[in-house]
Design a protein around this ligand. Structure first.
Ligand code: HEC
Ligand code: HEC
Length: 92
């Protein structure tokens, strides 16, 4: 029994879907906004419908890369303007 063209296409499709799945679940490993008293007000603002970018702007009071250093390979670099913290560090 030889492999039909449609079988080969099916296998490729499965691999592509699996690839996308792993790429997306990998991203989800980024730490969420901590559930502690320091960060609770920001989750609250988001729950009340405040725009993400307005809340992002408040993170740098503490997370300016000096008071709290970012990890070596952190995508958001200090001094790059408002960084979209909550785009990566989700609230829930
Ligand atoms: C009042 C100061 C303050 C503000 C404002 C603040 N944080 Fe933090 N955050 C901290 C401190 C302190 C830590 C712990 C740092 C450490 O690990 O040494 C922390 C840790 C974190 C961590 C890492 C959690 C972990 O699991 O290691 C993330 C992610 C984070 N903050 C995101 C944010 C985001 C997003 C905002 C803005 C919505 C924000 N923070 C605003 C003080 C603050
Ligand atoms: C493009 C995505 C992205 C953006 C934007 C981003 N981060 Fe991160 N951040 C990451 C990744 C990935 C890590 C390393 C993996 C992890 O620990 O979550 C990280 C790690 C951290 C850590 C250290 C967590 C630890 O391991 O102790 C803190 C604190 C943090 N980010 C805060 C912030 C703050 C505050 C902002 C906004 C100024 C921000 N991040 C913007 C993706 C992002």
């Amino acid at each position: 029994m030889s492999l039909k063209k449609s079988d080969a296409l099916f296998i490729v499709l499965v691999l592509v879907v699996l690839g996308i799945f792993f790429a997306l679940t990998g991203k989800e490993k980024t730490r969420k906004l901590p559930k502690d008293p320091t960060h609770a007000p920001f989750a609250q603002m988001r729950a009340e419908g405040k725009a993400k970018i307005e809340v992002d702007a408040l993170c740098a009071q503490c997370h300016d890369g000096v008071q709290i250093p970012f990890p070596e390979s952190h995508p958001a670099k200090p001094g790059a303007g408002v960084m979209r913290c909550l785009f990566c560090h989700k609230t829930d």
